[in-house]
Ligand binder design. Structure first.
Ligand SMILES: Cc1ncc(COP(=O)(O)O)c(C=O)c1O
Length: 399
């Protein structure tokens, strides 16, 4: 079968033409223009490294923070630029001090790498990890709110909440949850890895203690670009994982938080420097800019989900209001059971090698089964979901 067409906007990417790419969610994908932009920054750096780092880098990083702050509706001074959301989560967890018996709350849909960081830190301090089960399938956001709030106790000091969950693709009611949790003196660490560029974020209004998001996923910035937002009242307690010059640098009219996070040793900041151009460039690709991109991706993933449900004879596991631009479905035929979340199901390889489709398939314990997660980005076309549906029907013996 011939490979399906992509959206005409795919001409702005250089995605492998032999691949039906339905997994923007895992690592994003960067347009050709922004790949060129990053190379431009790398060249500028290597043309005169000393001038770049000593005279220019801080200004470039400030430009990136300002561009992000405009989109995130927050103070640029409250942002730290990092390589990825895992680093953002670790930065918070490993800066905080816990008392024995303190409780850290985390839903069972959390991203495993970030959950590992919670387990690591809890063990060191003698804190307790309270895992709450979020039902899946789920009927409403209220069910998620009830599940999470029922796990809060007098001892809860921190909760890690997702904007959009990785294994189950649920757009969480994070705005309401942040208000409820912070209102009970529980600091929220918002894992917004699937955040900027996927869902609108208004960080000052949101009021979460800590928010981290990847720019290399839904913003389509180059790999190794992310931010951490720390509310002003917490900044004195939060330090980068790498302690460097910033700790002793004369304060001037800046903050210790700024100094410490702006210099964590020599690193390639070309991806971070590319953020302002990425924000502007992507917005030119679709009439209506970023809000239109998010809406369009949402509509397309909903259509993709409908196509798969219909062809495979399965029910959608959550309402449309709990979908952003990724959607997870439980496949009708078993298989894959017992394979941990982070190992791909053999079906993933069959889809990749035999049908040229890149889409994640994994097992998930709650409830146990085999799951597939589709993504929608502006380069995708509805025909790609039809193609996936036919491939799945063939492999699952549903013809
Ligand atoms: C919910 C969630 N948190 C954190 C991450 C980690 O992102 P990174 O590997 O860029 O740190 C991911 C990646 O997929 C994710 O989905």
């Amino acid at each position: 079968m011939a490979l399906p067409q992509r959206n005409p906007l795919a001409k702005h990417w250089n995605l492998d033409s032999n691949c039906v790419f339905l997994n923007h969610g895992s690592f994003g994908a960067t347009s050709t223009a922004i790949r060129g932009e990053q190379r431009r920054w790398q060249d500028l750096l290597e043309d005169e490294p000393v001038r770049f780092y000593e005279d220019l880098a801080m200004e470039f990083m400030e430009d990136a923070r300002k561009a992000l702050a405009l989109m995130l509706k927050c103070d640029a001074e409250d942002l730290a630029l990092l390589e990825n959301a895992t680093t953002g989560v670790n930065t918070i967890l490993r800066s905080l001090e816990f008392n024995e018996g303190d409780e850290i709350l985390v839903p069972d849909h959390a991203y495993q790498a970030c959950r590992n960081a919670i387990d690591y830190v809890s063990k060191r301090w003698g804190a307790k990890v309270v895992t709450v089960n979020i039902p899946f399938p789920i009927e409403s956001s209220d069910q998620a709110i009830d599940a999470i709030m029922s796990g809060v106790s007098e001892r809860t000091v921190l909760a890690m909440i997702d904007t959009v969950t990785s294994p189950t693709g649920l757009r969480m009611p994070f705005e309401a949850l942040v208000g409820l949790l912070e209102g009970r003196n529980v600091s929220v660490l918002l894992d917004a890895a699937h955040g900027i560029g996927m869902v609108p974020l208004n960080l000052d209004q949101l009021g979460a203690s800590y928010t981290t998001s990847n720019c290399h996923k839904w913003l389509c910035a180059p790999k190794g670009s992310a931010f951490l937002h720390v509310r002003k009242d917490h900044q004195v307690n939060i330090h980068p994982l790498t302690i460097s010059h910033g700790m002793s640098f004369p304060l001037g009219d800046s903050t210790r938080f700024r100094h410490e996070f702006d210099w964590t040793g020599t690193r390639d900041i070309s991806a971070l420097c590319s953020i302002p151009a990425t924000i502007d460039y992507m917005a030119t690709l679709v009439d209506g800019g970023w809000p239109a991109i998010m809406q369009r991706n949402h509509d397309l993933v909903m259509e993709g989900r409908r196509i798969l449900c219909e062809r495979l004879g399965i029910e959608a596991p959550c309402p449309e209001s709990m979908i952003a631009c990724i959607a997870t479905l439980r496949l009708p035929a078993g298989g894959g059971a017992g394979i941990p979340l982070h190992e791909p199901d053999p079906l993933h390889k069959v889809l990749q090698d035999k049908h040229n489709i890149q889409v994640p398939v994994w097992s998930w314990p709650s409830p146990e089964g085999r799951y597939i997660r589709i993504s929608a980005q502006i380069y995708n076309h509805v025909d790609e979901y039809h193609y996936l549906a036919e491939a799945l029907a063939e492999e699952l013996g549903l013809n």
